[in-house]
Design a protein around this ligand. Structure first.
Ligand SMILES: *Cc1c(COP(=O)(O)O)cnc(C)c1O
Length: 430
């Protein structure tokens, strides 16, 4: 299958090229040329299938032409080594727990899949691939852990020294092996601009095989559709699948976009809610029909602090730029930090379930907007222990830290330090 750019100025490319390039040369985002509708038969029996088997059917629909069946099966099975369970909370509200992966956030699914697909495409080359990624916290850990131990790939994670939380830092600085953490004496924007300079530096590109593991990569965003199918299967098993409303706490809108793709493949989702924090560009778009990107505002749900969501271009493209279609299918919501705190407290008092600040936006949006007869499912996008300070301050007892998180915290930090200076980064890469 070919992948075209949302800007439609560059020509369509193969999956291999879309995955290695990430962004199209015209700065657009790659989209698959067709979206396969899965047969009714699949939906009738979906509740009898395992997560991995469901995911494999979805993966074949997108990648089956470009990756041979055996390799694709291995990639899917190696990616999904953990569960994404649905749990009932109260009334008709359900949580889809996406934090059971190695770094306790949903980004593990896309990052692990992309790492394995990239390796599949480059094993024929003798040269090692260098993945460069700048992070303000969460992306670095998901990418680093996704690529950990993947042969033929070296990962360099650049992050602003002293500006990420201890828990986040431990998840990409203690890994060793093919992962190198680089502490930059600067801000996140400095890290991002160093990475961008590396990608356009002629000498580096001649001598190294550089690639980004950016969240806009098709191999990171499409596999996120897997767990929406599996969530539907679990709802069906409980007899709760009709009038399904899916609510996604959103920042760059990659996760919501994957859910929209799932619906285009025939997954019976009635409608969607995009839950936002104070970064309300999409919320305002739904209200007014105009899109005005803004600088991001820091909040306690910081993985959603995005002022210009990159996947907005994909959503527009998917619905032929029709505001009417988008507005009919997706409703918005936005919450201040205080409203997020209240949601965490009230959910706990009601159910003893501990939300993280991102999932709390999803929960609260459903509490406000779910209608009679509907079943509401929100994504719990991260484990609350990742935001321990914020969450502990709201609850009578501290959030327990899962084993796999405390293991990171006990690890030995290993980093290289550089100034905000491209020459230093270049020397280090060569
Ligand atoms: C990245 C992230 C989000 C936002 O997801 P998008 O796909 O960028 O919309 C929400 N919650 C958590 C915990 C995240 O890490």
């Amino acid at each position: 299958m070919k992948y075209y750019s949302t800007n439609r100025k560059s020509s369509p490319v193969s999956l291999r090229e879309a995955v290695i390039k990430g962004l199209a040369p015209d700065r657009g985002l790659y989209m698959p040329e067709c979206i396969v509708r899965l047969p009714d038969e699949f939906y009738r029996h979906i509740h009898r299938l395992s997560f991995q088997d469901i995911a494999l059917t979805v993966a074949q629909a997108f990648f089956g032409e470009d990756v041979d069946a055996q390799a694709l099966e291995t990639i899917v099975r190696d990616t999904l080594t953990f569960d994404c369970p649905v749990r009932p909370l109260h009334d008709h509200l359900y949580t889809l727990e996406l934090f059971h992966g190695p770094t306790l956030a949903f980004k593990d699914v896309g990052a692990r899949f992309m790492a394995r697909l990239l390796r599949h495409f480059v094993t024929t080359d003798s040269q090692t691939i260098q993945v460069l990624v700048a992070t303000s916290g969460d992306t670095g850990s998901a990418v680093a852990n996704g690529f950990l131990g993947v042969d033929g790939v070296q990962v360099k994670v650049l992050y602003p020294r002293g500006k990420v939380s201890a828990i986040q830092e431990s998840q990409f600085t203690t890994l060793g092996r093919n992962i190198t953490a680089i502490e930059v004496n600067g801000t996140f924007d400095d890290c991002q601009s160093l990475v961008k300079q590396a990608f356009i530096d002629a000498e580096l590109n001649e001598r190294l095989h550089l690639t980004s593991a950016n969240s806009i990569n098709v191999a990171r965003f499409l596999p996120q559709a897997f767990y929406y199918f599996y969530a539907y299967a679990q709802m069906k098993l409980m007899g709760r699948e009709d009038q399904l409303v899916v609510c996604v706490p959103s920042g760059n809108f990659g996760n919501l976009c994957a859910a929209l793709f799932a619906r285009e493949m025939g997954l019976p989702i009635k409608r969607f809610i995009a839950a936002n924090n104070a970064n309300d560009v999409f919320f305002k778009y739904l209200q007014t029909g105009t899109y005005h990107p803004k600088p991001s505002i820091p909040t306690i749900a910081n993985a959603m602090d995005v002022g210009n969501p990159s996947n907005f271009a994909r959503i527009l493209d998917l619905y032929g730029e029709s505001y009417e279609k988008i507005n009919a299918l997706i409703s918005g919501s936005r919450f201040t930090d205080d409203e997020i705190r209240t949601a965490i407290r009230t959910c706990y008092e009601r159910t003893s379930y501990i939300l993280d600040p991102h999932g709390a936006c999803g929960y609260q949006a459903l509490c406000q907007q779910l209608q009679t007869g509907e079943h509401g499912l929100f994504c719990e996008t991260a484990h609350p222990a990742k935001f321990k300070e914020t969450v502990d301050a709201l609850l009578p007892t501290p959030v327990p830290i899962p084993e796999r998180l405390s293991r990171f915290l006990q690890g030995q930090k290993q980093t290289l330090r550089i100034e905000n200076d491209f020459a230093q980064l270049k020397a280090l890469l060569l």
